[in-house]
Ligand binder design. Structure first.
Ligand code: UT7
Length: 359
């Protein structure tokens, strides 16, 4: 589906149409393991770009009218701090992340055949954030954004795999970037304390690392939603202008997340004939520590296999999983031959799971 902006900025235009035509769940599926093309991908470089400003829970608690506390945020979400943009643009953060990923991959920007941005909103409505980054990197390859909410990284990996398998690209640069602070009502305690800003990038090339990927949507355009400003000063428009602010039915999303992650982890393991112990690390979307706790409890898997960064960064939407991946690599916790399971969920409601054997 092609659109510069759907009715809702968060939820994606295609998800909303899926809702209208009542596409039956579980929606679209892409499984490298099943397709048997013989071509798949590997990640050869990662990087991050982060705002300077670190905001603690106590600083939120000090905001007049917000009525929150460090104790509530810490115990209900696991979040202690998050980073929030002051003067940084997403283009700057994304370009820094891209340069670090390219450096780690030992490739130049001019060796990229495609640039995919994953974001719910770049610095400009148009052009795409990917084009803004391409301008900074001085590359002329195709550059486009996708809006997969918190699952954006998984969608971008899937598209990169398809491009490489089809012979249309050798190297793909993926940049996930979110300025969640730009979409918040900072007097709404049910959302403002949860999110953080940042960018993360990966360089992908042909390899044998990605063994399984499955994407899906359980269409629901209200559970997490952020409308576009649709009327402006159009004198012929009728109705009320909507504020482009993020709202979320937290409990509904919580239940969706716990159930979906359990089902999708089990499905991935069954499809690949693996046991939970065959996975070395589970990299789950960092939305709430209690979602991760619940998944661990229900699946009975060793908690040490579930690394977390939510305490430092809050929920960075599409940026959370690639940032976690980057930090684990930097800390030497991911080694060649290890098997990783990545799983994310978010607006749409979308989900995505992949299994990677690290090369
Ligand atoms: O990345 C996209 C995916 N997003 C998610 O996965 C988010 C999933 N949902 C969640 O993580 C949780 O539902 C939340 C963190 C959003 C909310 O936690 P909860 O335990 O579900 O709280 P609740 O919404 O049931 O609210 C419980 C109480 C309410 O007060 P009353 O009505 O019981 O008096 C809220 O008003 O907690 C109150 N509350 C707060 N209190 C202090 C909600 N937010 C806050 C706050 N500080 N920040």
């Amino acid at each position: 589906m092609t659109a510069v902006g759907g009715d809702f900025r968060l939820s994606g235009a295609s998800c909303f149409v899926g809702f209208l035509v009542k596409t039956p769940p579980p929606g679209c599926v892409a499984s490298v393991a099943d397709e048997g093309t013989g071509v798949t991908i590997k990640i050869i470089g990662t990087g991050v770009g982060q705002p300077k400003c670190v905001v603690s829970n106590d600083e939120f608690a000090a905001v007049t009218g917000l009525e929150t506390s460090d104790e509530w945020i810490r115990t209900r979400t696991g979040i202690e701090t998050r980073r929030i943009c002051t003067d940084e643009t997403l283009t700057e953060l994304s370009t820094a992340a891209a340069r670090q990923a390219l450096g780690n991959a030992k490739l130049g920007a001019d060796q990229m055949d495609y640039l995919i941005g994953a974001t719910i909103g770049g610095d400009k409505r148009t052009p795409a954030l990917a084009c803004m980054v391409a301008e900074q990197l001085k590359v002329e390859c195709p550059a486009v954004d996708l809006n997969g909410g918190c699952v954006g990284f998984m969608y971008a990996l899937s598209y990169a795999e398809a491009l490489i398998a089809a012979g249309r690209a050798h190297n793909v640069l993926i940049v996930c970037a979110e300025k969640m602070s730009a979409h918040m009502n900072f007097l709404d305690r049910s959302t403002s304390v949860l999110f953080g800003d940042g960018a993360a990038a990966v360089v992908v090339t042909q390899g044998e690392s990605l063994e399984y990927i499955r994407l899906g949507t359980v269409p629901d355009s209200h559970a997490i939603s952020m409308p576009n400003r649709m009327m402006g000063n159009n004198p012929w428009a009728v109705g009320e202008e909507t504020e482009p602010i993020l709202t979320m039915d937290g409990q509904k999303v919580f239940k969706f997340a716990v159930q979906t992650v359990q089902e999708e982890v089990t499905r991935a393991l069954d499809t690949m004939h693996l046991t939970p112990n065959d996975i070395d690390l589970y990299l789950l979307h960092q939305a709430n520590g209690r979602i991760i706790d619940s998944v661990i409890q229900h699946l009975g898997i060793d908690p040490d296999k579930f690394p977390r960064i939510i305490q430092k960064y809050g929920n960075m939407s599409s940026v959370s999983v690639p940032t976690l991946l980057h930090e684990l690599i930097q800390q030497g916790q991911i080694k060649s031959g290890q098997r990783l399971l990545l799983c994310a969920f978010g607006a749409g409601l979308t989900y995505g799971t992949c299994v990677i054997t690290w090369e």
